[in-house]
Design a protein around this ligand. Structure first.
Ligand SMILES: [Zn+2]
Ligand SMILES: [Zn+2]
Length: 117
């Protein structure tokens, strides 16, 4: 008798909310997501741990939120702008004028010539 045990990282989108991205400062749709590690036995999830909650913006930014705040946004109708977040991952740098994605070390935007620094 042997067991097939593996660990899978999981990600689940819980809700779509409207709020301000703390990375690019644009207002838009933010996804409230939950990530976790999942232990599977014969490919059936048996145990989940290391659950964390984030808000994700389409610019690529990931903002960590506490579990209480995530639950409040999910069930109580609290909006992302009312909770404390920590920006974990920033989206790519964008030109403030034309909005195109820039390499980190560009001094001017190659698309519209706007000075980015
Ligand atoms: Zn953003
Ligand atoms: Zn530009």
């Amino acid at each position: 008798m042997f067991f097939i045990i593996d660990i899978m990282p999981g990600l689940k989108v819980l809700k779509l909310l409207v709020g301000t991205c703390r990375s690019c400062h644009h207002q838009g749709e933010l996804e409230l997501i939950k990530t976790y590690q999942c232990l599977r036995l014969f490919f059936i999830p048996v145990f989940k741990w290391h659950t964390r909650y984030f808000l994700r913006h389409s610019c690529g930014a990931m903002m960590a939120v506490s579990e209480e705040d995530a639950i409040a946004m999910l069930h109580v109708g609290i909006m992302p702008d009312q909770v404390q977040v920590e920006v974990m991952e920033k989206g790519p740098v964008r030109c403030a004028t034309c909005g195109r994605i820039l390499e980190e070390d560009f001094i001017c935007c190659p698309y519209c010539g706007n000075n980015t620094k």
